[in-house]
Design a protein around this ligand. Structure first.
Ligand SMILES: [Zn+2]
Length: 48
């Protein structure tokens, strides 16, 4: 039997005014939209 690590249900994105409910498989504190945005803030200049 495989145990999949999940987070608790019913968590909401911590981004101000965002009511996005996070998946139990999303262990972050933000929804994917704001997570992307935060990541871009950390790495303002990504050269590919
Ligand atoms: Zn959000």
């Amino acid at each position: 039997m495989k145990k999949v690590k999940t987070s608790s249900k019913g968590r909401i994105c911590r981004y101000p005014r965002c009511k996005h409910i996070l998946s139990i498989y999303n262990h972050e504190d933000y929804c994917h939209v704001h997570l992307d945005r935060l990541m871009q803030d950390y790495k303002p200049k990504v050269v590919k």
